[in-house]
Design a protein around this ligand. Structure first.
Ligand code: 5AD
Ligand code: SF4
Length: 510
């Protein structure tokens, strides 16, 4: 049997079943061959013609082998990521660990041998969605009993006991602060351990090198974990723990690694990057870190998220003036326009302070895009307070706004605050706010018509016909191209502004 077109599966089976399995596979007339690696331990290798692996798996499952025993067998994983960029980063970390260990990414959940659900719990809706997705994954496992199922992310920290009591057959649970222990969890599973739970804080993860494959143009790099702010509505400090800043050496190494893989644009991640602080005597602050990173060779663009307005210093604003590769975009969540509500939220700034910051940012970079998060219906928010939210929305003119109805989260201070705003009122305010923001966003996009924008090409767009890239202000641009310009910074003439994207024509010579 030639190596090409074959799949190698390795298993540990009860030693007294090796002969039995070998006899069955012999019936496949050379299309599946068994080799004993270690008779005592029951370790075997099966070489099977591509396409027949499902059948072989069925046979093995019918031998009543437990799923931990097939961990070393056919290896396909599927990760579902919910929530913020921090979760995306953690999923990328697990993806790289698995690829390094010889696993492959499955094209669908139904074809996977390990499913990982990376959860978010910031509002009730994603939490409910996580539980329903988990139900779906476990339903798929009914047909694939060998499948390993793990839950990671914020829900594990917030509600591990509830998840375990509802879904007792999970293989592993890892809280967000412990994700660098993922490799150990895999090790324990391969030794047959059941329901591995990891909730103790571990060191911050470092992305392992990716095994060849297609490089991305953009990537995230986590610079810190956790949050010390305890905004009264927010569950993050409870689930992600206190702030921990990452060693700048690790950050720089990771950025260099990503650049060597073809990455051109890095987005630095943290719940509140502005309070990044590393070292004792010669403390490295966030602006200092930005300057260090900006000198890394091969890096074309730099972004960061998220910034807390209370910590947006003049020194940081100056970076927009002095660091050319820093993109023309800042995500600066304001959350509300009323000073009373901002104070109840524990945000530690006023509407006036926020407006002043916007003014300074626009002095440093005239055309900087400012995006934000806004919440409506916080306990005690009156119609007058909401009018302040509409007012700051108009006055700043955000490029994009992510807006949410306040959602009660157990364990937070605001959970106990009254009076609660009725659900219909919250929905009504959200609708009005989104209507206003839609008009502003449309204007922002329209203003770019007939202008030339620098675009970093990220690859083919969803329709498969166009190429897609982003402006420095983070707006999506679609355009036609004869050649593949992925990874290049090009100039595009904007012909038309659509709802949430731009359509343009290349003016850089191809
Ligand atoms: N209810 C509604 N929105 C929330 N956010 C955080 N906590 C809550 C909550 N309890 C929003 C904030 C934050 C974004 C990530 O999610 O606007 O900036
Ligand atoms: Fe939550 Fe506030 Fe920390 Fe942001 S700054 S993660 S909103 S507590």
């Amino acid at each position: 049997m030639k190596e090409k077109g074959n799949v190698k599966l390795t298993f540990t089976v009860p030693s007294n079943r090796i002969m039995f399995l070998s006899n069955i596979l012999m019936g496949y007339d050379g299309m599946a061959l068994l080799r004993t690696l270690d008779a005592k331990r029951g370790s075997v290798e099966v070489m099977v013609s591509r396409g027949l692996e499902d059948r072989v798996m069925e046979i093995i499952e019918s031998l009543d082998l437990k799923k931990d025993r097939v961990l070393g067998g056919r290896k396909k994983f599927y990760i579902v990521t919910m929530g913020c960029q921090m979760n995306e980063y953690d999923s990328e970390y697990m993806r790289r660990v698995l690829l390094k260990k010889g696993w492959e990414e499955a094209s669908s959940l139904e074809k996977s041998d390990m499913a990982i659900l990376n959860t978010c719990t910031v509002r009730k809706k994603p939490e409910q969605k996580a539980l329903s997705l988990l139900g779906r994954i476990l339903h798929v496992r009914k047909k694939r009993p060998h499948m390993l199922v793990g839950v990671v992310g914020c829900l594990v920290e917030h509600k591990a006991e509830e998840i375990i009591s509802k879904f007792p057959n999970l293989d592993f649970l890892i809280s967000p602060g412990s994700i660098s222990g993922f490799e150990n969890v895999l090790e324990e599973l391969s030794q047959g351990k059941k329901c591995v739970i990891l909730r103790d804080p571990t060191k911050l993860p470092c992305l392992p090198q990716k095994e060849a494959k297609k490089a991305s143009v953009t990537a995230y790099v986590s610079i810190m974990q956790g949050c010390n702010n305890y905004c009264t509505y927010c569950v993050v400090p409870y689930v992600r723990g206190p702030e921990r800043s990452r060693d700048p050496k690790d950050i720089l190494n990771e950025i260099r690694l990503l650049i060597s893989e073809g990455v051109k644009e890095i987005t630095l991640l943290g719940q509140n990057v502005n309070s990044y602080s590393y070292g004792d005597k010669r403390r490295l602050s966030f602006p200092g870190l930005l300057r260090l990173i900006s000198s890394v060779e091969g890096l074309e663009r730099l972004r960061f998220t998220t910034s807390h307005p209370k910590d947006l210093s003049d020194e940081l604003i100056l970076c927009f003036k002095e660091i050319p590769i820093l993109c023309n975009h800042l995500h600066l969540p304001v959350q509300a326009g009323s000073n009373k509500v901002l104070s109840l939220m524990g945000r530690n700034y006023t509407k006036e302070h926020y407006l002043k910051l916007v003014e300074k940012l626009r002095e440093a970079r005239e055309d900087i895009a400012i995006t934000t998060d806004m919440m409506v219906g916080f306990p005690g928010e009156t119609e007058e307070d909401f009018q302040e939210t509409l007012d700051i929305t108009r006055r700043v003119g955000f490029d994009i706004m992510f807006s949410f109805k306040y959602s009660d989260r157990e364990g937070t201070e605001a959970f106990h605050l009254t009076p609660k705003v009725p659900e219909e009122e919250k929905a009504n305010r959200l609708l009005r706010l989104q209507e206003l923001q839609r008009e502003i966003t449309t204007q922002k996009y329209k203003a770019l018509e007939k202008k030339i924008c620098e675009v970093l090409v990220e690859g083919r767009s969803k329709d498969g016909l166009h190429y897609m890239g982003r402006t420095s202000t983070n707006k999506i641009v679609n355009f036609l191209s004869q050649s593949d310009l992925t990874g290049r910074l090009i100039e595009v003439y904007i012909e038309e502004a659509l709802n949430n994207s731009l359509r343009g024509r290349i003016i850089t010579r191809e």
